[in-house]
Design a protein around this ligand. Structure first.
Ligand code: GLY
Ligand code: MN
Ligand code: MN
Length: 454
């Protein structure tokens, strides 16, 4: 079999980077501590059918290990090896049915574990790894089976104190340590995110060229997923294809309606490449030309988005893009007669919330709503190079007596993924057109047949 193009040409994470991350965690937690990080469990969909497996972000970040039923332990300074990976045993019979397993040998050879042990030996070995340490870094409340086991191990160690056994007195969440690291993306992480963004942008362009009256929302979703999968991506979250009034439902995922002439179509879709996500929204006319009212609202949202992106700079705080977006949206709503009053007072009263009820972004990385603190010491944190966030203002106008009917059922969101740099904000998703003239020109250049190439 020939090697996949993706493996040959596209960026991927080196083993050295995983080793650097583990080293950084161990330096932060110190020699008196042990960290425990479990793989995501497999989840049953029905009977003996599982949901597609997705590895836990924290576990993947530290290990790169793709299998379920695994637990990583970091024990700084341990003579027998600092990185211990408990994992499934090789099983030729099961592997014929369920796929290959690394086994303990593979865990050491391919994934850099200092020591690999059967997952079946957790209860036997873990108390020894905990003995004599002062702190256990383990995020409680995520996998109750492991919480219960840890309690059991600590209890059994405490019961042996007369024999000189020392149970760690503290259990601490690993989240603040790990999530602060995950918030800052390395060059190789940015390369993966760029790939996710570029393919996702191509998927949006494909959707723009396929959409026309009479096509179903799910057929547009299929075009998007086709673009992901032909490039080796999967979806980062459930694809939203909402036409007409459906665009005003923020998490609309039925994708079942037929596109109608004169409606606007909102697509929020992003792919995941090697564990890293893109998150893009575009809103465009089904028939290829924005109507007057659609254009008026769209220009407000676009101006708000550009104003927000302008705030994505070192030194600005997390909420500055939102504040900028809210001001421009409110000004636009007043200019169009959708809100009445003085802009500053309306902003303070949050009058815009009727038409703009969500926030302007979130961290983006291995999770679409990525980890990382938004506040430090009760204050919005400041942007620093290497952070990636979304910028996604919108306006959603549901029918109401006091709203001009020409705006009813128009839902618009424009969402890009932005990397904070030492200089200009870098828009990873710039290949998805958003200027009205560019969107209309691309739609004119189609249409792609529904089952077409591209
Ligand atoms: N697609 C999820 C979000 O925009 O937050
Ligand atoms: Mn988003
Ligand atoms: Mn989104």
């Amino acid at each position: 079999m020939t090697k996949m193009v993706s493996e040959l040409h596209w960026p991927s994470m080196s083993h050295a980077e995983f080793a650097r991350r583990r080293r950084a965690v161990m330096e932060r937690i110190g020699p008196q501590a042990v960290a425990i990080v479990p793989a995501a469990p497999q989840r049953l969909r029905n009977h003996d059918v599982h949901y597609p497996y997705r590895q836990d972000g924290d576990f993947r970040y530290l290990t790169g290990f793709p299998e379920p039923e695994a637990v990583a332990v970091l024990a700084p300074g341990r003579a027998g090896g600092e990185y211990i990976l408990f994992c499934r045993d090789r099983d030729p019979e099961r592997e014929i049915w369920d796929g290959r397993r690394a086994g303990q040998e593979g865990a050491q050879r391919e994934y850099g574990a200092d020591q690999a042990l059967s997952i079946g030996r957790l209860d036997e070995v873990m108390p020894r790894l905990l003995d004599g340490r002062e702190r256990v870094y383990h995020t409680l409340g995520q996998q109750s089976w492991l919480d219960q086991k840890l309690i059991g191990w600590l209890k059994s160690l405490r019961g042996q104190s007369r024999r000189g056994v020392h149970a760690p007195p503290e259990v601490i969440s690993l989240d603040p340590v790990l999530h602060e690291m995950r918030l800052f993306k390395s060059e190789s992480e940015i390369a993966l995110m760029q790939q996710a963004a570029s393919v996702s942008a191509a998927a949006h362009r494909r959707a723009m060229r396929t959409a026309r009256p009479g096509v179903y929302e799910y057929q547009i979703a299929a075009e998007i997923h086709h673009e992901y999968e032909r490039n080796g991506l999967t979806w980062a979250y459930g694809t939203i294809v909402g036409s007409g009034a459906n665009a005003c439902i923020l998490h609309y995922v039925e994708n079942s309606a037929v596109l109608k002439d004169g409606e606007l179509l909102l697509i929020d879709a992003g792919g995941e490449w090697q564990g890293y996500c893109a998150d893009i929204t575009r809103s465009f006319p089904v028939n290829g030309r924005y109507s007057g009212p659609q254009k008026a609202l769209y220009e407000v949202v676009l101006a708000a988005q550009l104003a927000a992106i302008e705030k994505c700079r070192v030194g600005q705080h997390w909420n500055a893009p939102h504040e900028a977006a809210v001001r421009v949206l409110t000004e636009g709503l007043v200019a169009l007669g959708l809100l009445q009053g003085e802009v500053q007072a309306l902003v303070e009263k949050e009058a815009y919330k009727r038409f703009y009820m969500h926030s302007t972004g979130h961290w983006l990385g291995m999770d679409v709503h990525d980890v990382g603190a938004y506040k430090i010491g009760g204050e919005w944190r400041r942007f620093e190079p290497g952070m990636v966030l979304t910028v996604e203002p919108g306006l959603y106008v549901t029918p109401a007596e006091d709203v001009d009917e020409s705006y009813w059922n128009i839902g618009i969101r424009i969402e890009d993924d932005v990397l904070i740099t030492a200089g200009e904000p870098r828009i990873l998703t710039h290949e998805a057109p958003k200027q009205i003239a560019d969107v209309e020109a691309l739609m004119r250049s189609g249409p792609l047949p529904l089952d077409g190439g591209g």
